[in-house]
Design a protein around this ligand. Structure first.
Ligand code: AMP
Ligand code: ZN
Length: 461
């Protein structure tokens, strides 16, 4: 198999990828918290993960791709305080937490489809895996890493010497700077594994457990479900950059405590999409851009995919309308050119090898796109260019094969004028025919007499 190099956040270096099982890749990608719509920033991370998966499939690997749906336990603050995002969403909309989860999961899948992001091979909901999470917490407890406070069962990060390595956390600095509002936690980095339902309050989502009625902490679902579907040590774990210091750091701590592994061989993170040079997009801020927003504005959602393809996933990306317009334009051009190349022939091996090398080089999609344009302009026969473009598109995901130019359908009255004109010409009433042509022009349509008969084209400007 061809060489694949990836930047691993755990070691902070580009390393050669070797799969743990021959020909297979186990991939876990943290999924959405379904209390609101996903925004374009979230979708940047999912596009990156989709490209990663497609790159492996392009190289002949079978990818076992697991994605979770966080439908419980993600609190408003990453420090395990505040309300559960689902219960808060429930108060905001007047729907039950369960209905909200259902609704936003369906919306999320719609967004995936519109961006041609493959669905995972396994979806898993946190609320469907409460037993697995309880068992996992038990395992951590048996190994001596937990303690109890009045509001839950916590992970004692001080007991794990490697704690915080992924995020290169300055544990001593954090300890020294810990504020009083640590509550009953022993260390500022300790986190909840199980939270008790508040006394006297019935939550919509709560379960009994060996420790009391409550709900799992946010991080435990990913350790428990990845272990169930991919085993306690698998190839790659992904997410957005915000997950490095808290969520993924805590997932690793849980799995290390229970199984002694660092969960995944590679840790890959997509950097944020931001609205200007500093403001990250965030679901909790309320005013964010969605795929739906783009559709309403008349954009093809794949223009956003094209926009993302031009930048390295390891750098923050500034969203701009100019950038999106430019991406939309080049996508249109690429599709029109591909269409005009006609039927595909055989793939050009040299271009294929160069493309493979670029995508295998830590997903260098900007170079792969530049190569695509080079191929388009090359003097290879059209059918070879077409076949090679379609092959590239199995990774790019720009729907190059199915695209067709839109046939402009003239309104009924213009079609009626056209048939009147045809009749006038057949009757050799040339003046009438010319007068009707002028009426067609006045209605905003251009009439062209071609060898295959008359054609109508909408006039612009
Ligand atoms: P959430 O639904 O908030 O749990 O986030 C879903 C995914 O989107 C996670 O992998 C986050 O790290 C990622 N994410 C959140 N905000 C952004 C952003 N502005 N740009 C890119 N990825 C993001
Ligand atoms: Zn996760």
């Amino acid at each position: 198999m061809a060489k694949i190099q990836l930047f691993d956040t755990y070691t902070r270096e580009v390393r050669e990828f070797q799969s743990l099982k021959p020909g297979k890749v186990g991939l876990y990608t943290c999924g959405p918290t379904v209390y609101n719509f996903a925004h374009l920033g979230n979708m940047r991370t999912y596009i990156f993960e989709d490209l990663l998966r497609r790159m492996f499939e392009f190289n002949g690997y079978e990818v076992e791709h697991v994605m979770n749906i966080t439908d419980v336990g993600h609190l408003v603050s990453d420090a395990d305080t505040g309300e559960d995002k689902m219960e808060k969403g429930s108060r905001r909309t007047g729907k039950t937490a369960w209905e909200i989860a259902e609704f936003y999961t369906a919306e999320f899948r719609k967004d995936l489809a519109r961006l041609l992001i493959f669905e995972p091979t396994i979806w898993c909901r946190a609320t469907d895996h409460i037993t697995e999470q309880i068992d996992f917490i038990r395992c951590i407890e048996e190994k001596g890493f937990t303690y109890r406070t009045s509001d839950g069962i916590y992970f004692d990060t001080n007991k794990l010497p490697s704690y915080g390595y992924l995020g290169r956390l300055d544990i001593e600095g954090l300890q020294a700077g810990a504020r009083i509002d640590m509550g009953e936690k022993h260390n500022p980095t300790d986190f909840a594994l199980w939270k008790f339902s508040p006394a006297g309050e019935k939550r919509q989502m709560e379960w009994s457990s060996p420790w009391g009625v409550g709900f799992p902490g946010w991080h435990i679902e990913c350790s428990a479900m990845s272990a169930k579907y991919l085993g306690p040590y698998f190839d790659i774990h992904c997410g957005g950059e915000d997950h490095i210091t808290v969520h993924h750091t805590n997932e690793i701590a849980q799995t290390e405590a229970c199984y002694g592994t660092r969960l995944a061989n590679f840790w890959l993170h997509a950097y944020f999409l931001q609205l200007d040079d500093s403001v990250r997009m965030s679901k909790s801020s309320g005013d964010f851009l969605r795929v739906e927003t783009l559709v309403e504005m008349g954009y093809d959602p794949l223009a956003y995919r094209m926009f993302c393809l031009n930048a390295s996933y390891r750098q923050k990306l500034n969203f701009s309308w100019d950038g999106l317009d430019a991406a939309a334009k080049s996508l249109d051009r690429l599709r029109a050119i591909t269409y005009e190349l006609g039927d595909p022939g055989t793939v050009d091996e040299d271009y294929l090898a160069r493309f493979t090398e670029m995508i295998n080089d830590d997903l260098n999609m900007a170079r792969a796109i530049a190569l695509t344009w080079e191929l388009v302009r090359s003097d290879l026969p059209p059918d070879v260019r077409k076949a090679t473009l379609l092959k590239f598109d199995t990774v790019l995901g720009l729907n190059l094969s199915n695209w067709k130019p839109q046939v402009e359908e003239a309104p009924a009255e213009v079609l009626d004028l056209l048939s009147q004109r045809q009749q006038a010409r057949a009757d050799k009433r040339w003046q009438d025919a010319d007068a009707i042509r002028e009426r067609i022009t006045a209605a905003g349509w251009e009439l062209m007499d071609t060898p295959e008969g008359p054609k109508l084209k909408q006039r612009r400007g």
